[in-house]
Design a protein around this ligand. Sequence first.
Ligand code: SF4
Length: 215
Amino acid sequence: MSTAKYWELRLEDCREALEKNNFSAFIAKTPADAKKIVIDRILPELDVTSVSWGDSMTLYETNILPYFKEKPGITLIETFGENIPRELSMQRRKEAIFVDLFFTGTNAVTESGMLVNLDMIGNRVGGITYGPQHVVIVVGRNKIVANLEDAIYRIKNYAAPANAMRHGKKTPCIKTSYCMDCKSIDRICNVWTIHEKSHPKGRIKVILINQDLGL
Ligand code: SF4
């Protein structure tokens, strides 16, 4: 039996656990497949005129954002981009809280169907938690963990140091590869969220992608 079967089973278990927690959950084979699920299955059910996002490497892999940039009748609030000055980016992240549809990723998803995240500023977890009418979370299979304890360990000792390196932060973890519980001005670990369930039911839609993606 191939490992493909292993991941099919594991993702299906996770999808069912998420559904039990009132998330809408989907399985995609690839990031391109996730984009197709958004366009063909999620969007037709929604009334969307404004879209934004919180930083996520997995989201960028899906290439869904350019679709909204070109779609008539949709305002895409661009929160990140090389040519967007920091002050404008921060202003837009506030505006993103009011959109109809908010995209981002998650740092971990537990086998029991909880989403676990750690943010620097809070705009990403803020959008997941309250504000946008609908939220779509894209997540690679490598983010599935056994439980809350493993989620926290994964985030503090892998995702956070790796993200600190990715963003060029000057934190101690970029030298150790694990968390030093720093007091650095560059500390990226400030706000934890645990989404046990989606409220209202179906507001948060999770697309599990059968690939290792993001950090
Ligand atoms: S608390 Fe500081 S040292 Fe620990 S992972 Fe976060 S940024 Fe790195």
